[in-house]
Design a protein around this ligand. Sequence first.
Ligand code: 13P
Length: 253
Amino acid sequence: MRKKLVAGNWKMNLNYGEAKQLLAKLIEIKSQFNPATEIVICPPAIYLSAFSEHLRNHPEIKLGAQNCYFQDTGAFTGEISPLQLKSLGVKYCIIGHSERREHFNESYEVLSKKVKALLKHEIIPVFCCGEQLEVRNSNVHKEFIMKQIEDSLFQLKPNEISEIVIAYEPIWAIGTGKTATAEQAQEVQGLIRARITKQFGEQVGNAMTIIYGGSCKGDNAKEIFAQADVDGGLVGGASLNAEEFLQISNSFQ
Ligand code: 13P
């Protein structure tokens, strides 16, 4: 069976005291999370070191980063390497979030290098794709999303792409309260799986975890997660509330 996964992307939110409180709350309620679902939190990078210590005895909650650079070490002021993430026990890293593509001009070549660098150190990339509203309104979103995937991931070998999680995040649904309908999420995620299957084979396509992100909330996750090709969620705002994150995480039927 495919891995189910729900990840909280805390983005650039919470001061350290607030972040520690949220972590403590998640640890307090950890036994209520369905053990069949992989639970991941991606706090701001500056908290990863302390969080990895706090989570040492709580393997139910996995740690993820929100970004990394593609070199192992060197003169890259301000950057964080996959090797450094690995040394903290970080298991996942979000790559190609639309906010990074937009505000930090991350190109598909850079994203492709980041994915490879993470795989080299056995950190699982959560590769994001998704279209702007104009693209959807022009009805070219399917081609747009397929190109994002082909450009950054299709140079990988089948055993490499098998390690990746793909997150479909329509940009018009991020932080807007305007969720994609379950049918819209399924349509795109079904296409992503079909494209991966065509390129890398049935086994790879069937096993790939594809999650949805964009105003995923406690009251809509059930319907979205019930879709055949939705294997979980990448949750922004709602992941800053432990109880709602729990509710979303337990939304599989
Ligand atoms: P929201 O859940 O706040 O819409 O954010 C989604 C997202 O960007 C997760 O990476």
